[in-house]
Write a protein that binds this ligand. Structure first.
Ligand code: SF4
Length: 286
């Protein structure tokens, strides 16, 4: 991966981009986009660039992404034509993090995104940028106000900016169409109906509906996650990503048992349980 040095001042065609005044009166000189490699963070950056602001991309790798993730990130940077910094986390994957923490992440506790995303992103910001003049940009949209509120509290003292929560309100399918119009192929996960382009669809915060889709459409990825979960269960006991909530009781449901159940009864899963996949808002402080 290429590491791009940051530029404090990005020149536009007219010269240095103007400072922007946010609703709270803060003057923003530089927008740092927490670039996940999803359509939302690209579209957020695109909107700010189109409005003439100084924008840069900051990427933290989970090293668990799909094969088409990095080509997509590069295509987006090429399209935006702005500086990008990549934090590679020394190649650690989400499974390395779980082994080290002796804790398997789940919908309620996402040690993976704290170690591989939130902590390194904040450390980089605190070292390299200034909360008095620079803002953090997250690709949440107008349907995600609950996440925006929690992210704003979490990222203090950094100002959080979410361009897609402001008018004009745009649906995700329209953002994907924008991408294609600009000649950028969206990550396959979107075409397969996943809500986010994260961690090969194998997000530990996702629910039964998403994992059923992984098994059906990305079987190798499912089997890899299942094997990793089994290794952790050997070490840690009866832990699991998924929960079985039948009869109003919550019990661990391993990926192996869930797969075997689906292989005999394909409709036997909770189709409303999509979980809460989002790396930028913590679910718990683990
Ligand atoms: S996408 Fe899910 S599994 Fe991947 S780092 Fe974020 S919370 Fe963890």
């Amino acid at each position: 991966m290429t590491h791009h040095e940051n530029q404090l001042e990005t020149q536009t065609e007219e010269g240095v981009a103007p400072q922007a005044e946010e609703e709270d009166g803060r003057q923003i000189a530089n927008y740092v986009v927490q670039f996940s490699g999803g359509v939302g963070s690209w579209a957020s950056a695109r909107r700010l660039v189109d409005n003439g602001h100084n924008v840069e991309l900051l990427v933290a790798c989970t090293n668990s992404e799909s094969d088409d993730w990095w080509p997509f990130v590069q295509a987006c940077q090429h399209d935006l034509d702005i500086p990008m910094t990549v934090l590679d986390n020394d190649g650690q994957t989400i499974w390395d993090v779980f082994r080290q923490a002796r804790f398997l992440g789940n919908t309620r506790a996402d040690v993976c995104s704290r170690v591989l995303k939130r902590d390194p992103l904040r450390a980089w910001l605190d070292t390299n940028r200034n909360p008095a003049t620079d803002a953090v940009v997250i690709g949440f949209d107008w349907t995600e106000q609950h996440r925006i509120d929690r992210a704003a509290a979490h990222w203090q003292p950094w100002k959080v900016v979410t361009p897609l929560a402001d008018p004009p309100y745009v649906e995700k399918w329209a953002l994907l169409a924008d991408l294609e119009r600009r000649g950028i192929k969206p990550p396959d996960l979107y075409g397969q109906g996943f809500p986010h382009s994260n961690c090969r669809g194998c997000c530990v915060k996702a629910g039964q509906a998403q994992w059923e889709r992984v098994l059906r459409l990305r079987r190798d990825d499912y089997l890899h996650a299942e094997a990793e979960e089994e290794n952790l269960r050997d070490e840690l006991g009866d832990v699991s990503i998924l929960k079985d909530r039948t009869y109003n009781r919550s019990r661990p449901l391993s990926l192996r048992v869930f797969r075997e159940r689906l292989e005999s009864q394909p409709a036997l899963f909770d189709g409303d349980d999509w979980g809460a996949c989002s790396c930028m808002t913590p679910t718990d402080d683990v």
